[in-house]
Design a protein around this ligand. Structure first.
Ligand code: BES
Ligand code: MN
Ligand code: ZN
Length: 503
Protein backbone atom coordinates (compact mmCIF):
# COMPACT_ATOMS: atom_id res chain seq x y z
CA UNK A 1 0.00 0.00 0.00
CA UNK A 2 1.22 3.45 -0.94
CA UNK A 3 0.25 6.43 1.19
CA UNK A 4 0.42 10.08 0.32
CA UNK A 5 -1.02 13.47 1.14
CA UNK A 6 -2.72 15.50 -1.56
CA UNK A 7 -3.94 19.03 -2.09
CA UNK A 8 -7.40 18.36 -3.45
CA UNK A 9 -10.80 19.94 -3.91
CA UNK A 10 -13.26 17.04 -3.82
CA UNK A 11 -15.47 18.59 -6.53
CA UNK A 12 -12.83 18.33 -9.24
CA UNK A 13 -11.11 15.15 -8.03
CA UNK A 14 -10.63 12.35 -10.57
CA UNK A 15 -10.01 9.80 -7.84
CA UNK A 16 -11.35 6.24 -8.08
CA UNK A 17 -13.00 6.86 -4.69
CA UNK A 18 -13.53 10.14 -2.87
CA UNK A 19 -14.38 9.68 0.81
CA UNK A 20 -16.30 12.43 2.63
CA UNK A 21 -18.25 12.61 5.88
CA UNK A 22 -21.88 13.35 6.71
CA UNK A 23 -23.02 14.36 10.20
CA UNK A 24 -26.06 12.99 11.92
CA UNK A 25 -29.26 14.94 11.21
CA UNK A 26 -28.11 14.96 7.60
CA UNK A 27 -25.60 17.82 7.68
CA UNK A 28 -22.81 17.66 5.12
CA UNK A 29 -19.22 18.13 6.33
CA UNK A 30 -17.24 20.89 4.56
CA UNK A 31 -15.67 18.53 1.95
CA UNK A 32 -19.06 16.84 1.39
CA UNK A 33 -20.67 20.24 0.86
CA UNK A 34 -18.01 21.14 -1.73
CA UNK A 35 -18.66 17.86 -3.50
CA UNK A 36 -22.41 18.49 -3.36
CA UNK A 37 -21.94 21.87 -5.02
CA UNK A 38 -20.00 20.30 -7.88
CA UNK A 39 -22.68 17.60 -8.16
CA UNK A 40 -25.40 20.30 -8.34
CA UNK A 41 -27.05 19.22 -5.10
CA UNK A 42 -27.16 15.48 -5.85
CA UNK A 43 -25.57 14.58 -2.51
CA UNK A 44 -28.00 16.67 -0.48
CA UNK A 45 -30.81 14.90 -2.27
CA UNK A 46 -29.45 11.49 -1.35
CA UNK A 47 -28.95 12.55 2.24
CA UNK A 48 -32.43 14.08 2.41
CA UNK A 49 -33.91 10.88 0.96
CA UNK A 50 -32.76 9.07 4.10
CA UNK A 51 -30.32 6.73 2.39
CA UNK A 52 -27.48 8.19 4.48
CA UNK A 53 -28.53 9.86 7.70
CA UNK A 54 -25.02 10.39 9.10
CA UNK A 55 -25.25 7.88 11.93
CA UNK A 56 -21.79 6.89 13.20
CA UNK A 57 -20.38 3.80 11.54
CA UNK A 58 -22.66 3.83 8.49
CA UNK A 59 -21.39 4.15 4.91
CA UNK A 60 -22.93 4.56 1.47
CA UNK A 61 -21.08 3.93 -1.79
CA UNK A 62 -22.19 5.95 -4.84
CA UNK A 63 -21.08 5.07 -8.35
CA UNK A 64 -20.35 7.48 -11.20
CA UNK A 65 -22.34 10.49 -10.13
CA UNK A 66 -23.25 12.71 -13.08
CA UNK A 67 -21.35 16.05 -12.91
CA UNK A 68 -18.47 14.51 -10.93
CA UNK A 69 -15.09 13.48 -12.35
CA UNK A 70 -14.41 10.83 -9.69
CA UNK A 71 -15.50 7.22 -10.17
CA UNK A 72 -16.96 6.68 -6.73
CA UNK A 73 -18.08 8.69 -3.72
CA UNK A 74 -18.10 7.04 -0.34
CA UNK A 75 -20.25 8.78 2.24
CA UNK A 76 -19.35 8.07 5.84
CA UNK A 77 -21.57 8.74 8.84
CA UNK A 78 -19.80 10.89 11.43
CA UNK A 79 -22.44 10.92 14.17
CA UNK A 80 -23.58 14.15 15.89
CA UNK A 81 -21.64 17.25 14.77
CA UNK A 82 -21.44 18.81 18.26
CA UNK A 83 -19.75 15.80 19.81
CA UNK A 84 -17.47 14.92 16.89
CA UNK A 85 -14.41 14.12 18.98
CA UNK A 86 -11.27 11.97 18.64
CA UNK A 87 -13.19 8.78 19.31
CA UNK A 88 -15.89 9.57 16.73
CA UNK A 89 -13.22 10.64 14.23
CA UNK A 90 -11.41 7.32 14.64
CA UNK A 91 -14.63 5.30 14.50
CA UNK A 92 -15.71 6.99 11.27
CA UNK A 93 -12.30 6.39 9.71
CA UNK A 94 -12.38 2.73 10.63
CA UNK A 95 -15.80 2.36 9.01
CA UNK A 96 -14.61 4.23 5.92
CA UNK A 97 -11.50 2.07 5.58
CA UNK A 98 -13.53 -1.11 5.94
CA UNK A 99 -15.86 0.05 3.16
CA UNK A 100 -13.08 1.25 0.83
CA UNK A 101 -11.30 -2.04 1.30
CA UNK A 102 -14.21 -4.00 -0.13
CA UNK A 103 -14.69 -1.84 -3.25
CA UNK A 104 -12.87 -2.51 -6.51
CA UNK A 105 -11.10 0.85 -6.33
CA UNK A 106 -7.34 0.68 -6.73
CA UNK A 107 -6.93 4.14 -5.31
CA UNK A 108 -8.86 6.36 -2.88
CA UNK A 109 -8.72 9.84 -1.43
CA UNK A 110 -9.98 10.56 2.08
CA UNK A 111 -11.07 14.02 3.18
CA UNK A 112 -10.62 14.19 6.93
CA UNK A 113 -13.28 16.18 8.76
CA UNK A 114 -11.98 18.46 11.53
CA UNK A 115 -13.15 17.74 15.06
CA UNK A 116 -15.81 19.89 16.68
CA UNK A 117 -14.40 23.15 18.05
CA UNK A 118 -12.92 22.77 21.51
CA UNK A 119 -12.21 19.05 21.22
CA UNK A 120 -8.52 18.38 21.81
CA UNK A 121 -6.32 18.58 18.75
CA UNK A 122 -9.46 19.43 16.77
CA UNK A 123 -8.20 21.70 14.03
CA UNK A 124 -4.80 20.11 13.88
CA UNK A 125 -4.08 18.66 10.45
CA UNK A 126 -0.98 16.84 11.71
CA UNK A 127 -3.00 15.00 14.34
CA UNK A 128 -5.73 14.07 11.87
CA UNK A 129 -3.36 12.68 9.25
CA UNK A 130 -1.27 10.88 11.89
CA UNK A 131 -4.38 9.13 13.18
CA UNK A 132 -5.65 8.36 9.69
CA UNK A 133 -2.39 6.88 8.43
CA UNK A 134 -1.93 4.71 11.52
CA UNK A 135 -5.56 3.52 11.32
CA UNK A 136 -5.15 2.74 7.63
CA UNK A 137 -2.10 0.59 8.30
CA UNK A 138 -4.08 -1.14 11.06
CA UNK A 139 -7.03 -1.72 8.73
CA UNK A 140 -4.81 -3.45 6.19
CA UNK A 141 -2.76 -5.40 8.73
CA UNK A 142 -2.80 -9.15 8.13
CA UNK A 143 -1.01 -11.95 9.86
CA UNK A 144 -1.28 -14.86 7.47
CA UNK A 145 2.30 -15.73 6.70
CA UNK A 146 2.03 -18.88 8.82
CA UNK A 147 -0.88 -20.20 6.77
CA UNK A 148 0.03 -22.33 3.77
CA UNK A 149 -2.09 -20.00 1.63
CA UNK A 150 -3.87 -16.73 2.43
CA UNK A 151 -7.53 -17.19 3.40
CA UNK A 152 -9.24 -14.07 2.11
CA UNK A 153 -8.21 -12.29 -1.05
CA UNK A 154 -6.29 -9.08 -0.50
CA UNK A 155 -8.06 -5.78 -1.20
CA UNK A 156 -7.77 -4.14 -4.65
CA UNK A 157 -6.67 -0.88 -3.04
CA UNK A 158 -3.08 0.07 -3.78
CA UNK A 159 -2.89 3.79 -3.12
CA UNK A 160 -4.51 5.84 -0.38
CA UNK A 161 -4.17 9.58 -0.04
CA UNK A 162 -5.17 11.98 2.71
CA UNK A 163 -6.49 15.19 1.22
CA UNK A 164 -5.98 18.69 2.60
CA UNK A 165 -7.82 21.75 1.40
CA UNK A 166 -5.25 24.59 1.47
CA UNK A 167 -1.67 24.71 0.17
CA UNK A 168 -0.59 26.18 3.53
CA UNK A 169 -1.50 22.86 5.21
CA UNK A 170 0.98 20.85 3.20
CA UNK A 171 3.78 20.81 5.81
CA UNK A 172 1.42 19.81 8.61
CA UNK A 173 -0.12 17.05 6.50
CA UNK A 174 3.29 15.68 5.48
CA UNK A 175 4.44 15.66 9.10
CA UNK A 176 1.26 13.82 10.06
CA UNK A 177 1.79 11.25 7.33
CA UNK A 178 5.39 10.57 8.38
CA UNK A 179 4.37 10.22 12.03
CA UNK A 180 1.33 8.10 11.29
CA UNK A 181 3.22 5.71 9.03
CA UNK A 182 6.04 5.35 11.54
CA UNK A 183 3.47 4.67 14.27
CA UNK A 184 1.51 2.22 12.11
CA UNK A 185 4.64 0.35 11.10
CA UNK A 186 5.81 0.23 14.73
CA UNK A 187 2.44 -1.21 15.74
CA UNK A 188 2.52 -3.79 12.95
CA UNK A 189 5.98 -4.88 14.07
CA UNK A 190 4.77 -5.26 17.67
CA UNK A 191 1.71 -7.19 16.44
CA UNK A 192 3.79 -9.56 14.32
CA UNK A 193 6.04 -10.35 17.27
CA UNK A 194 3.04 -10.92 19.54
CA UNK A 195 1.19 -13.07 17.03
CA UNK A 196 4.14 -15.33 16.30
CA UNK A 197 3.97 -18.62 18.22
CA UNK A 198 6.35 -19.45 21.03
CA UNK A 199 8.21 -22.02 18.96
CA UNK A 200 9.20 -19.28 16.51
CA UNK A 201 9.39 -16.17 18.68
CA UNK A 202 11.99 -17.32 21.21
CA UNK A 203 14.37 -15.10 23.21
CA UNK A 204 16.96 -15.68 20.45
CA UNK A 205 14.42 -14.63 17.82
CA UNK A 206 13.68 -11.40 19.71
CA UNK A 207 17.42 -10.72 19.98
CA UNK A 208 17.82 -11.24 16.23
CA UNK A 209 14.92 -8.87 15.52
CA UNK A 210 16.61 -6.24 17.72
CA UNK A 211 19.85 -6.75 15.78
CA UNK A 212 18.01 -6.27 12.49
CA UNK A 213 16.39 -3.10 13.80
CA UNK A 214 19.73 -1.67 14.93
CA UNK A 215 21.28 -2.53 11.57
CA UNK A 216 18.43 -0.85 9.71
CA UNK A 217 18.67 2.34 11.80
CA UNK A 218 22.43 2.36 12.29
CA UNK A 219 22.86 5.68 10.49
CA UNK A 220 20.06 7.16 12.62
CA UNK A 221 22.06 6.33 15.74
CA UNK A 222 20.79 2.90 16.82
CA UNK A 223 23.03 0.24 18.34
CA UNK A 224 22.36 -3.05 20.07
CA UNK A 225 24.00 -5.26 22.64
CA UNK A 226 22.83 -8.78 23.53
CA UNK A 227 23.90 -10.24 26.88
CA UNK A 228 23.99 -14.04 27.26
CA UNK A 229 23.58 -16.25 30.34
CA UNK A 230 27.25 -16.04 31.37
CA UNK A 231 27.22 -12.24 31.15
CA UNK A 232 24.01 -12.04 33.15
CA UNK A 233 25.49 -14.35 35.77
CA UNK A 234 28.49 -12.04 36.05
CA UNK A 235 26.18 -9.10 36.63
CA UNK A 236 24.40 -11.05 39.37
CA UNK A 237 21.02 -11.20 37.66
CA UNK A 238 19.83 -14.03 39.89
CA UNK A 239 16.10 -13.37 39.66
CA UNK A 240 16.11 -13.16 35.84
CA UNK A 241 18.13 -16.35 35.58
CA UNK A 242 15.87 -18.14 38.08
CA UNK A 243 13.05 -17.85 35.54
CA UNK A 244 15.17 -19.15 32.64
CA UNK A 245 16.38 -22.21 34.57
CA UNK A 246 13.48 -24.45 33.59
CA UNK A 247 13.90 -23.89 29.85
CA UNK A 248 16.22 -25.31 27.21
CA UNK A 249 16.01 -21.99 25.32
CA UNK A 250 18.81 -19.63 26.37
CA UNK A 251 17.65 -16.28 27.84
CA UNK A 252 18.83 -12.96 26.37
CA UNK A 253 19.12 -9.47 27.74
CA UNK A 254 18.57 -7.15 24.79
CA UNK A 255 19.85 -3.59 25.07
CA UNK A 256 18.94 -1.26 22.20
CA UNK A 257 20.23 2.29 22.23
CA UNK A 258 18.87 5.06 20.03
CA UNK A 259 20.85 8.27 20.18
CA UNK A 260 18.82 10.75 18.15
CA UNK A 261 19.21 13.61 20.63
CA UNK A 262 22.15 15.67 21.93
CA UNK A 263 25.07 13.66 23.33
CA UNK A 264 24.64 14.84 26.91
CA UNK A 265 20.84 14.40 26.98
CA UNK A 266 19.75 11.80 29.54
CA UNK A 267 17.79 9.00 27.86
CA UNK A 268 14.31 7.71 28.46
CA UNK A 269 14.66 3.99 29.22
CA UNK A 270 11.89 1.59 28.14
CA UNK A 271 11.95 -1.84 29.78
CA UNK A 272 9.75 -4.52 28.18
CA UNK A 273 8.76 -7.89 29.63
CA UNK A 274 9.91 -10.50 27.14
CA UNK A 275 8.53 -13.83 28.35
CA UNK A 276 8.21 -15.57 24.98
CA UNK A 277 6.04 -18.25 26.57
CA UNK A 278 4.66 -18.40 30.10
CA UNK A 279 3.60 -21.88 31.20
CA UNK A 280 3.70 -20.70 34.80
CA UNK A 281 6.80 -22.83 35.43
CA UNK A 282 6.60 -25.27 38.35
CA UNK A 283 3.44 -23.41 39.44
CA UNK A 284 1.96 -24.62 36.15
CA UNK A 285 -0.99 -22.74 34.64
CA UNK A 286 -4.22 -24.59 33.74
CA UNK A 287 -4.35 -25.83 30.13
CA UNK A 288 -7.34 -23.74 28.99
CA UNK A 289 -6.25 -20.83 26.82
CA UNK A 290 -2.63 -21.36 27.74
CA UNK A 291 -1.78 -20.67 24.09
CA UNK A 292 -2.43 -17.00 24.84
CA UNK A 293 0.71 -16.92 26.94
CA UNK A 294 2.67 -16.55 23.69
CA UNK A 295 1.63 -12.89 24.00
CA UNK A 296 3.56 -12.60 27.26
CA UNK A 297 6.37 -10.84 25.37
CA UNK A 298 4.06 -8.00 24.31
CA UNK A 299 5.90 -5.52 26.55
CA UNK A 300 9.10 -6.41 24.69
CA UNK A 301 7.24 -6.18 21.38
CA UNK A 302 6.00 -2.70 22.26
CA UNK A 303 9.53 -1.55 23.07
CA UNK A 304 10.81 -2.84 19.72
CA UNK A 305 7.79 -1.37 17.91
CA UNK A 306 8.27 2.01 19.58
CA UNK A 307 11.98 2.07 18.74
CA UNK A 308 11.11 1.27 15.13
CA UNK A 309 8.66 4.20 15.07
CA UNK A 310 11.16 6.52 16.77
CA UNK A 311 13.86 5.49 14.29
CA UNK A 312 11.58 6.02 11.29
CA UNK A 313 10.66 9.48 12.58
CA UNK A 314 14.32 10.25 13.32
CA UNK A 315 12.98 11.69 16.57
CA UNK A 316 15.59 14.02 18.14
CA UNK A 317 15.69 12.27 21.50
CA UNK A 318 17.73 9.59 23.28
CA UNK A 319 15.94 6.33 24.08
CA UNK A 320 17.23 3.05 25.47
CA UNK A 321 15.23 -0.17 25.22
CA UNK A 322 15.98 -3.00 27.64
CA UNK A 323 14.35 -6.39 27.14
CA UNK A 324 14.83 -9.30 29.49
CA UNK A 325 13.81 -12.24 27.28
CA UNK A 326 13.19 -15.79 28.47
CA UNK A 327 10.73 -18.66 28.48
CA UNK A 328 9.02 -19.67 31.72
CA UNK A 329 9.02 -23.49 31.62
CA UNK A 330 8.68 -26.30 34.20
CA UNK A 331 11.91 -28.13 33.31
CA UNK A 332 13.75 -30.39 35.73
CA UNK A 333 16.08 -27.58 36.77
CA UNK A 334 13.21 -25.11 37.13
CA UNK A 335 12.82 -22.91 40.19
CA UNK A 336 10.59 -24.43 42.90
CA UNK A 337 8.17 -22.57 45.17
CA UNK A 338 10.10 -21.57 48.28
CA UNK A 339 13.41 -21.13 46.45
CA UNK A 340 15.29 -18.01 47.47
CA UNK A 341 17.35 -16.08 44.91
CA UNK A 342 19.44 -12.92 44.97
CA UNK A 343 18.62 -10.12 42.53
CA UNK A 344 21.20 -7.89 40.84
CA UNK A 345 20.30 -5.19 43.39
CA UNK A 346 21.46 -7.51 46.20
CA UNK A 347 17.95 -7.89 47.62
CA UNK A 348 16.85 -11.49 48.17
CA UNK A 349 13.49 -12.83 46.99
CA UNK A 350 11.49 -15.83 48.15
CA UNK A 351 9.77 -17.22 45.05
CA UNK A 352 6.44 -18.43 46.39
CA UNK A 353 4.88 -18.76 42.96
CA UNK A 354 6.95 -19.32 39.82
CA UNK A 355 4.07 -17.95 37.73
CA UNK A 356 4.82 -14.46 39.07
CA UNK A 357 7.86 -14.47 36.78
CA UNK A 358 7.44 -11.15 34.98
CA UNK A 359 8.49 -9.13 38.01
CA UNK A 360 11.49 -11.43 38.53
CA UNK A 361 12.94 -10.65 35.12
CA UNK A 362 11.92 -6.99 35.15
CA UNK A 363 13.55 -6.21 38.49
CA UNK A 364 17.02 -7.13 37.24
CA UNK A 365 16.44 -5.22 34.01
CA UNK A 366 15.35 -2.19 36.08
CA UNK A 367 18.54 -2.38 38.15
CA UNK A 368 20.50 -2.61 34.90
CA UNK A 369 18.74 0.58 33.72
CA UNK A 370 20.52 2.60 36.45
CA UNK A 371 23.73 2.64 34.42
CA UNK A 372 22.10 4.82 31.74
CA UNK A 373 21.42 7.65 34.20
CA UNK A 374 17.86 7.85 32.82
CA UNK A 375 15.64 10.94 32.88
CA UNK A 376 12.72 8.48 33.28
CA UNK A 377 12.18 4.73 33.12
CA UNK A 378 8.96 3.19 31.86
CA UNK A 379 8.43 -0.55 32.04
CA UNK A 380 5.77 -2.28 29.98
CA UNK A 381 4.52 -5.72 30.96
CA UNK A 382 1.66 -8.17 30.61
CA UNK A 383 2.17 -8.52 34.32
CA UNK A 384 -1.00 -9.60 36.10
CA UNK A 385 -4.34 -11.26 35.50
CA UNK A 386 -5.50 -9.06 38.37
CA UNK A 387 -5.06 -5.97 36.16
CA UNK A 388 -7.41 -7.55 33.61
CA UNK A 389 -9.96 -8.07 36.38
CA UNK A 390 -9.55 -4.47 37.58
CA UNK A 391 -9.55 -2.63 34.25
CA UNK A 392 -10.66 -5.08 31.56
CA UNK A 393 -9.45 -4.53 28.02
CA UNK A 394 -10.06 -0.81 27.70
CA UNK A 395 -7.27 0.96 29.57
CA UNK A 396 -3.77 -0.05 30.67
CA UNK A 397 -2.84 0.35 34.35
CA UNK A 398 -0.26 3.05 35.18
CA UNK A 399 1.73 2.94 38.41
CA UNK A 400 4.47 5.48 39.14
CA UNK A 401 6.79 6.78 41.83
CA UNK A 402 6.55 10.28 40.33
CA UNK A 403 3.26 12.08 39.81
CA UNK A 404 4.42 14.34 36.99
CA UNK A 405 5.64 11.32 35.02
CA UNK A 406 2.34 9.53 35.60
CA UNK A 407 0.49 12.57 34.26
CA UNK A 408 2.69 12.72 31.16
CA UNK A 409 2.05 9.03 30.46
CA UNK A 410 -1.70 9.46 30.94
CA UNK A 411 -1.72 12.52 28.65
CA UNK A 412 0.16 10.60 25.95
CA UNK A 413 -2.47 7.86 26.24
CA UNK A 414 -5.29 10.37 25.78
CA UNK A 415 -3.67 12.11 22.80
CA UNK A 416 -2.98 8.83 21.00
CA UNK A 417 -6.27 7.26 22.05
CA UNK A 418 -4.31 4.42 23.65
CA UNK A 419 -5.65 5.13 27.06
CA UNK A 420 -4.37 4.32 30.53
CA UNK A 421 -5.57 4.78 34.11
CA UNK A 422 -3.64 5.85 37.21
CA UNK A 423 -3.51 3.09 39.83
CA UNK A 424 -2.49 3.34 43.52
CA UNK A 425 0.93 2.50 44.92
CA UNK A 426 0.56 3.31 48.61
CA UNK A 427 3.11 2.01 51.11
CA UNK A 428 0.47 0.03 53.00
CA UNK A 429 0.29 -2.48 50.12
CA UNK A 430 3.99 -3.28 50.54
CA UNK A 431 3.21 -5.30 53.68
CA UNK A 432 1.63 -8.01 51.55
CA UNK A 433 5.07 -8.89 50.16
CA UNK A 434 6.50 -9.83 53.57
CA UNK A 435 8.58 -13.02 53.65
CA UNK A 436 9.68 -15.02 56.69
CA UNK A 437 12.84 -16.19 54.99
CA UNK A 438 14.05 -13.60 52.45
CA UNK A 439 13.94 -9.78 52.11
CA UNK A 440 10.51 -10.14 50.52
CA UNK A 441 8.34 -12.54 48.50
CA UNK A 442 7.44 -12.37 44.82
CA UNK A 443 3.68 -12.50 45.44
CA UNK A 444 1.31 -10.57 47.70
CA UNK A 445 -1.79 -12.75 47.82
CA UNK A 446 -5.12 -12.20 46.07
CA UNK A 447 -6.12 -8.68 47.14
CA UNK A 448 -4.94 -5.95 44.73
CA UNK A 449 -2.72 -8.29 42.74
CA UNK A 450 -1.83 -5.66 40.12
CA UNK A 451 -0.84 -3.22 42.88
CA UNK A 452 1.37 -5.63 44.80
CA UNK A 453 3.13 -6.60 41.55
CA UNK A 454 3.90 -2.90 41.02
CA UNK A 455 4.95 -2.64 44.69
CA UNK A 456 7.46 -5.41 44.08
CA UNK A 457 8.93 -3.50 41.10
CA UNK A 458 9.02 -0.25 43.09
CA UNK A 459 11.69 -1.80 45.32
CA UNK A 460 14.05 -1.72 42.36
CA UNK A 461 13.33 1.79 41.09
CA UNK A 462 14.44 4.05 43.95
CA UNK A 463 17.17 5.72 41.91
CA UNK A 464 15.06 7.19 39.09
CA UNK A 465 11.64 8.45 38.06
CA UNK A 466 9.68 5.39 37.09
CA UNK A 467 6.33 4.43 35.62
CA UNK A 468 4.99 0.91 35.14
CA UNK A 469 2.38 0.01 32.52
CA UNK A 470 0.43 -3.21 33.13
CA UNK A 471 -0.86 -4.10 29.65
CA UNK A 472 -2.15 -7.60 30.46
CA UNK A 473 -5.66 -6.57 29.34
CA UNK A 474 -4.79 -4.27 26.44
CA UNK A 475 -1.88 -5.84 24.51
CA UNK A 476 -4.00 -8.52 22.91
CA UNK A 477 -7.54 -9.66 22.23
CA UNK A 478 -9.00 -13.07 23.07
CA UNK A 479 -11.89 -14.83 21.37
CA UNK A 480 -12.83 -14.76 17.72
CA UNK A 481 -10.53 -11.86 16.89
CA UNK A 482 -7.65 -13.32 18.88
CA UNK A 483 -4.48 -11.40 18.22
CA UNK A 484 -2.02 -8.77 19.25
CA UNK A 485 -3.29 -5.15 19.36
CA UNK A 486 0.03 -3.33 19.05
CA UNK A 487 -0.72 -1.43 22.27
CA UNK A 488 0.86 0.49 23.96
CA UNK A 489 3.05 1.52 21.00
CA UNK A 490 0.80 4.57 20.32
CA UNK A 491 1.03 5.75 23.94
CA UNK A 492 4.81 5.28 24.15
CA UNK A 493 5.46 6.88 20.77
CA UNK A 494 3.26 9.86 21.68
CA UNK A 495 5.06 10.21 25.02
CA UNK A 496 8.40 10.40 23.22
CA UNK A 497 7.05 12.83 20.59
CA UNK A 498 5.83 15.09 23.43
CA UNK A 499 9.23 14.92 25.08
CA UNK A 500 11.07 15.67 21.83
CA UNK A 501 8.72 18.63 21.18
CA UNK A 502 9.50 20.13 24.59
CA UNK A 503 13.20 20.29 23.83
N1 BES B 1 1.69 -13.37 32.22
C1 BES B 1 0.93 -13.48 33.40
C2 BES B 1 -0.11 -12.39 33.55
C3 BES B 1 -1.34 -12.55 32.70
C4 BES B 1 -2.34 -13.41 33.07
C5 BES B 1 -1.50 -11.77 31.59
C6 BES B 1 -3.47 -13.52 32.30
C7 BES B 1 -2.64 -11.87 30.84
C8 BES B 1 -3.62 -12.75 31.19
C9 BES B 1 1.84 -13.40 34.62
O1 BES B 1 3.11 -13.88 34.47
C10 BES B 1 1.19 -14.20 35.70
O2 BES B 1 1.10 -15.40 35.53
N2 BES B 1 0.77 -13.56 36.78
C11 BES B 1 0.12 -14.21 37.84
C12 BES B 1 0.66 -13.65 39.13
C13 BES B 1 0.21 -14.39 40.34
C14 BES B 1 0.82 -15.75 40.38
C15 BES B 1 0.60 -13.60 41.57
C16 BES B 1 -1.38 -13.96 37.71
O3 BES B 1 -1.76 -12.83 37.33
O4 BES B 1 -2.15 -14.87 37.92
MN1 MN C 1 3.21 -15.99 34.86
ZN1 ZN D 1 3.86 -13.88 32.56
Amino acid sequence: MEFSTKLSTPGSSKSACVVVGVFESRTLSAPAAALDKAAKGALSKIVQSGDMDGRAGTTLLLQRMPQLACERVLLVGLGPEKSFDAKAFRGALQAALRAVKSTGAKEAEIHLTALAAGKHNGGNVTWRVTQAAALAIEAFYRFDHMKSKPETPASALQRLSFAYAAASERGAAEKGLAQGMALGNGMSFAKDLGNLPGNVCTPTYLANQAKELAKHFRTAGMTVQILNTAEMKKLGMGTLLSVARGSAEPPKLIVLEYRGGPKNQKPVVLVGKGVTFDTGGTSLKPAGEMDEMKFDMSGAGSVLGTLKAVGEMRLPINVVGIIPATENMPGSRATKPGDIVTSMSGQTVEILNTDAEGRLILCDALTYAERFDPVAVIDIATLTGACVIALGHVVSGVFANDDALAQEVLAAGEASHDRAWHMPLHDEYQEQLKSNFADFANIGGRPAGAVTAACYLSRFTKKFKWAHLDVAGTAWKSGKEKGSTGRPVPLLTQYLIHRADEK
